[in-house]
Ligand binder design. Sequence first.
Ligand SMILES: Cc1cc2nc3c(=O)[nH]c(=O)nc-3n(C[C@H](O)[C@H](O)[C@H](O)COP(=O)(O)O)c2cc1C
Length: 371
Amino acid sequence: MKRRAFLKYVGAGAVVIGGSSIFSSWLAMGQDDALRSTYIPEQVAGFTVEETDILYLASLAPSGHNTQPWTVRVKEPGRWIIGSEQSRWLPAVDPTNRELLLSIGTFLENLTFAAGMYGYYTEIKVIARDSHNANLVEVNFIPGVLQDNLRSKIITRRTMRSTQLRNELKQADVDYLLLNKKDQIVYYPLVSEQGRYLAEGTLAANKVQALRESAQLELANWIRWSNAAAKKYRNGLTPESMELSGFARWYTKNFFNQQTVLEKSFREETIKKIEAQANNCGGWLVVTSPSQSITDIIHAGRALERVWLKAKDKNIAFHPMTQMLEESPWKDTLRQDLGLKEQIQFIIRVGYVEAYLPPVSLRMPMGSIVK
Ligand SMILES: Cc1cc2nc3c(=O)[nH]c(=O)nc-3n(C[C@H](O)[C@H](O)[C@H](O)COP(=O)(O)O)c2cc1C
């Protein structure tokens, strides 16, 4: 198959032909190699079993391009410094580290729930003056009472891009998700004026970004096409997390590389996929914050994660699509266009799915998070 024709086929996300012997190996291979389910959290030197578990559950948080930008340093027992590492920043799409702070927020929310399971509450103090500081937040673990066990929610949360249905979300389900968060998170059905605007804007912003060389190069650097690369880095995006399946997944694992991502046909097929996604969902969640302060952005990340952890209960998939917040003119006009007073931090495509699939994105060994 010619590469161009193949890219079309991958873009369609199709699963083809089973049964013939030439394909039986790809059906069997690689399924587990890059799956999170095979990970056994390693014990971290100097950490108790409890602390290791808290760190592991925190690390299952979502992050842009799955860079897992967080670092942890134990200042003294029960006092951790959470920071970030420059090699895991995304300067092309996130030059101000705003999205990085959102990811730190999702990490802190998981960490807080995990600590609660062991009877600690967390006192979180922002220590950074600038989002590019290596040290961002100090966390104190304070003995308290045992909180709800959210382990299974943390472990099963994932991003789901391809299988969202077009049905509008039921009001009761929106209320369940946004409980106590309605001042910070707004839901727009796809069929609403704002919902259509977000679908069209997301597609247009993706078109701009696909042609922005630095952004595409950065994306290329964070895709782990082969199983060997996935095993080596344990971060970034993989054919599994990009929801390729069957022969398409096998082919990309074996024949795609950084250069493929820069080819015109790859960019075109990506846009076709985005167009299909943006028009197939229930609607959009927009996460806001009162200001662009480090504290408020981290809070926005925490709010999103809190809501996301409930989504599986209702079979609702979450798919952050951040390009309107990264590209001009939308990043400057979006707030006004939606008629919102607050700052917009996140745009999430949401929709029902028939099956909430097991998570597949990679996670780094905890030893490489700990400084
Ligand atoms: C700040 C942030 C921005 C993100 N932006 C996008 C995006 O624009 N497109 C996308 O497909 N996924 C986006 N994601 C989802 C990540 O790719 C995903 O969380 C990561 O690959 C880990 O996968 P998981 O959520 O299944 O654990 C974003 C996530 C975060 C936290």
